[in-house]
Each structure stands twice: as C-alpha cells, then as structure tokens.
Write a protein that binds this ligand. Sequence first.
Ligand code: ADP
Ligand code: MG
Length: 727
Amino acid sequence: MNVERTLDEKVRNNRKLIEPRGAQTAPLMLQQPVEDDEIDLLQVVRTLWRGKLWIAFTTLVAILIAGYYVFVAAVPVYTAESYVALDSRQGQVVDFENVISGLSGDQATINTELEVLKSRGLTRKLVNELNLVEDPEFNSRLLEEPGFSLGTLQAWVRGMIAGEQEVAPPPTPEIVLEEVVTAVKEKINVSNIRNSYVFKISVTTEDPEKSAKIANTLADLYIVNQLDVKFDATRKATDWLAERVALLERDLAEAETAVKDFNARTELVSPEALEALNRQAKDTRDRIAILKSNLATQEAQLARLEQAWESKDRAAMAEVAAEIGGDRAPTPTMSDRVFQTRYLQLMNSTKAAVARSRSQIESLSAAVAQIEEQIKMQSQDLVQLEQLTRKAEALRSVYEYFLNRLQETSAQQGIQQADSRVLSEAVIPTVPSAPKKARIFALAAILGMMLGAAFVLLREFTNRTVRTADDLENLTRLPVLGQVPMIPGGKRRGQIEYLAAKPESAGAEAIRNLRTSILYSNVDQPPQVVMLTSSIPGEGKTTLSIALAQSFAGLNKRVLLIEGDMRRQAFKRYFQDQHDGGGLLSVLTGRQSLTEAVQKSGLVGADLLRAEKTSVNAADVFASDRFSELIAEARASYDIVIIDTPPVLVVPDARTIAQVADALVFSVKWDSTEQDQIVDAIRMFESVNIRPTGLVLNMINRKGMKKYGYGGKYGAYARYGAKYYKN
Ligand SMILES: Nc1ncnc2c1ncn2[C@@H]1O[C@H](COP(=O)(O)OP(=O)(O)O)[C@@H](O)[C@H]1O
Ligand SMILES: [Mg+2]
C-alpha cells in the first residue's frame, strides 16, 4: 500500500508513456517465438488425456457403426470345411500293369490336384449336381431387380443418350450357368495343408447346411472324377485293344486258311519227299554215266569190227572177233561162209547193243530231267508254304498277346481305385464365420480411438491460441502485466459485485496485481490515463476497466472511468442505476461540464463518464481537440483516468484514443484469441506509433490451466495458490 501511495504522488504529473516507435531500442516484437521442433511425448499424452472425451466419443460412434454393421447390415455367412487326402501309396488289388499309373505325390502332383479341385469343370459338375442355378445366392438374375443400381443407372443414361431404351436380350442358359459357376467358385476356397497330401475345401455361404453340402459334394465329385478319368482311360484302352484283337483274329484266320488251301492244292509237299526225289535223280544220273561208258566201249568195238571187215583180212578179223565176241566169235578154222556169217552176226549184235545203250541213255536222261523239274517245283512250293506258315505263326503270337492284354484290361475296369479319399466330411457350422463380431468391434474401437486421437492431436497442433504468459511474451515481445482468472459471480455486474465483496479472492488479487504492474510500468512517470483495449470483442476490456477503476478507487484515489466504446455501450449492463442523461458527448459538445456529466457509482467508487448515442462517427469524436482537452481536464481533477475502448481489429477508435493515454493495456482472452489476431492488433497500434504498455491474459480457466499442464508452473494457479485466496 505504501509503495502505491508514493507512486500515486508521481502519477500526478503524468506524461505520455507511449512513445514513438523510433524511441524504443528493443525490437518491437517477434511474430513467431522460437519454436520447439521436438514433440514432447508428455505433451502429447497430456493433449490426448485432455481430449479423452472426444476420443471416447469417436470410439463410441465407431462401435455403434460396427454394431449396426454386425447386427443389422451384414448378412451372416457360414463356412463348412471338408478334407480330402491324396493317397500316394496304393495297394494293388491285382498285379496288372495299370493303364494309368497312380499319383506320385510330389509337389507338382499336389499342385495339379489342387487346380483340378479348383477347376471350372469340377465346379460346373457341382453346380449341375446341386442345381445351384436355381439358387438366388449364386444366380443374381433370380433376385428381384433392385429399384436403383449402377446397372440401371447406366442403362438409363445410355437410354437418354441413344434416345431409346436398349433392351438386353435374355441370357442363354449357358451364359447363366457360367455366371453361376463363377459365383460358386468365389465361395469356395481350396488349399493344400502344408507338408501334407491333404486338401481343405472350405465353402462359405449364407446357409450353414448349404455350405456343408457343397463342401461334401465337391469332395465326392472330385473323387468320382478321378475314378472317371481312370475308368475312361481303361475303357478307351479296352476298346482299342478289342478292335485290334478283332482285326488280328481276322488276319490270323486268313493266314491259316491260306496255309491249309496251299496244302490241299499241292501234292503232299514235304522236305523228306523232296530228298527222295533228289536221291532218285542222282541214282539215275549215275546209271546214265555207266551206260555212257558202256556205249563208248561198244562203239569202239563196232568201229574195230567194221575196220577189220573192210580190210577183208581174215586173220585180223578173227583176232578182233575173238577179242570182242568171245565164244560167239568165228574161229579161223571155220569156213569162209560160216566165218563171214558169224562175223556179220557179231557185228550186228554189237550194233544192236550200241543202239540199245543209246536209247537207254536217252530215256534215262529224260527221266532225270523230269525228276529235276519235279524237284524244282516242289522246293518252290515248300518255300511258299513256309512263308505262309511263318506269317500265320507271327499273327498268332501277336494276336495272343493282344488278347491277353485285352483280358487283363477288361478285368481292370471293375477294380479301379481313386487316388484320393475323403478324410473328413464337412459338418454343418453352427457359428457364422463372418461377420467376426469380436474382431470387428475391436477394430472399430481401435479405429475410433485412433480417429479421435488424430482429431485431438490435429486440433492441438493447429491451435493458435495463447495459453501462457510466456507464450504471449514470446509472441509479442511485450510484458504481460497481469493474468486474470475467470471471475465467478455471474455475468458483468455480478462479477464486479463479487470483486467488491471478496477482495481477497483470486480474481481481486489478480486485478490488484494488474493495477500494481500498470503503476510500475513506468517508474519515473506512473501512468495517469490508462486505456484498455484488445483485438476483438469479448476479451474482457469493459469488465477489466471497471474492475481496475474499482481497484484504484480502493486506494482512495479519485478515479474517472470513461466509456470509450460508444458503439456498444456496454456500461449499461454493469450499472443498472438509471443514467440521468448527459455523458461523454455532452461534455465534448459543451452542453455539460465534466463535473455535470459524470455519474457517481457506488459499486465502483468512481465517477463514470458514459457514452451517448451519436450520429457523428465515434472515431472522429475521439480525434477531436475537444477530446484531448477533456482528457487534460480529467488529468487535473482525477488521480486516475481509465478508458474502456472498442476492439482494434474492428474499429479505429482505440488507436485514436491511444494518442492521449499514458498506458495501453491490451487484453487477450485465454485459449481463445488467435495469435494472428493479437499480432495484427498490435501492428495496428504500431502503424500509428503506439506501443502497448503490456498485456493481460484474461479469463484464464484454472482447471484448464492445470489440464494443459501449466498448473504447477504458474504460482497463482498452482495448487498451493489456492491457500492464499478466499474465493
Ligand atoms: N476475468 C473474467 N472472468 C470471467 N468473465 C469475464 C472476465 N472478463 C470478462 N468476462 C466476461 O466476458 C464477457 C465479455 O466481457 P467484456 O468485458 O464485455 O469484453 P469486451 O469489452 O472486450 O467486449 C462478459 O460477459 C464478461 O462478464
Ligand atoms: Mg466492451
């Protein structure tokens, strides 16, 4: 109190505290304070904690949406699973060589069988087997045309463009079947269980029984299909073999007939007969040779006989005759006649012998020729017979082989085994496989939480309001003269009454602090004319000016409170006591003196100079010399003059009034006014060479402060501060 008293004396000779910008040495302000690039984890957690209601809200909304989806929108589907095992090792019932060998069971086989299970062909069989074309779940054409769909819209647009409605021709059954096959394939998932020969067929449809039925039917069809393939192959082989056997049989019969016919046609031909003939031919030829040598001898004898005959030499003749004729020869002792006769007889008989030999040779030669001819003929026949026989034999062995194979293969037809078997049949599922309620809810909750958190963080990071005096000082490079909490007591007048009634409340102390800061803002010349302003409406200028007036009055000072906001005239909300006419304008126009125009306020303990309605522009009023004169007059009669002004960013009045003020107190609403607005407003003053004396962070929310984590740092708002105040 003492300090303020002494100050009070100095305040009397007041001069302008607000000086032209050039006189200031310090840089006016930094638009942006040095910012921390690091994201403080604690800060993030705090921000999230502060936004917990938002996060809870988005989480709840997400869960509600998920609930709607799970319980209303989503159609539950059921998955049934059947298992088929591939038998790589198979017991052979009969040790025949198979037409189709069993499956080997390597990876390629597994993949192949997997593809077979997934194949359109098998699915088509399934569709036909279960008549799925009649099932609207797979055949969308059975569903009623929806009132609106992309398709109808497309058709409508096309119709509009073409000018006439195109009518699509009804699809053929084949097209429908293929569509259904595609739809069914989408509901079936076949997979090979790792490192095994087992395939899992899972089917998901809207009906549990249908799922199970399809899964089981597909497994059965697959196995039947495998058998079919084998059976088909065996049957084809059998058919082919049968055909071959029939042909062979015919050929064989022909060949055998040929042999028989040949045998019948020729004399019994045999190698033995041929040999006999050969022997006969040789004998004959031997005989011919003997005959020929005989003939030669006989001819030689005949020649000697004839030679001796012609010589007429009886002795010679007798000698030759004796040599040749033997006892039939004439002897020399015989008479000539007898001798001659006998000699002639001998000669004739020799001639006859020659002739006989010749004819014998001739006939034997003919016989040999005949035999040889016969041999030749017979050996040809024999060759042909051998050929025919060989052919028939060859045919027979081929025929027998084929016949044998045919019999084996036909036997196989009945004993084919599939290479797979159903390992376990699908059971009818009782619980839908989708929607997975727990998972969807968990996901929705997480998603909702993340969305909420993102929203809260985004809001925080884009927040450009001011929450601490430090921030404000960093932003403006101006001192913060006071930090005023939210004053309880209702609105406006209630708050002033509260301050009057509770001088030891936190609010009253804050106003008192502000008062002190203002007085000390210039130690040499404590300000006498103090104006309050701010960027925008609602930052507590009016409330603060009244509270300050009240506080100064509490020092037993003569205080004049001028309502400088002629446009809004908010004083009437604080001072219900009827205003008896007169006020600022009356004084300025000279209708009233200052003393006449002021109104005493018991609540504040100060004189009020209230605004009046005017047709003149408010800014012009404050720019007038009369206003300066009024302030000079007020300086003389009052210790302190407090002027409430309108917001800077809205009207120019404050900048004009500032020209006559000693101190300019700039109010900033806590966590509300945006930094840009504050900076812009201060720039407005700079443009007319005014520098605010300092700022007030007003309407600070104690709880909010704590929430933002400043509670511990800022004395008055810290927990311990509460002990000092009696709210
Ligand atoms: N420190 C404060 N604590 C609580 N409410 C306040 C405070 N300052 C101002 N208010 C309230 O804010 C509203 C606007 O204040 P007002 O003084 O009219 O602002 P301005 O004059 O800047 O437009 C009023 O309802 C007022 O009661
Ligand atoms: Mg106001």
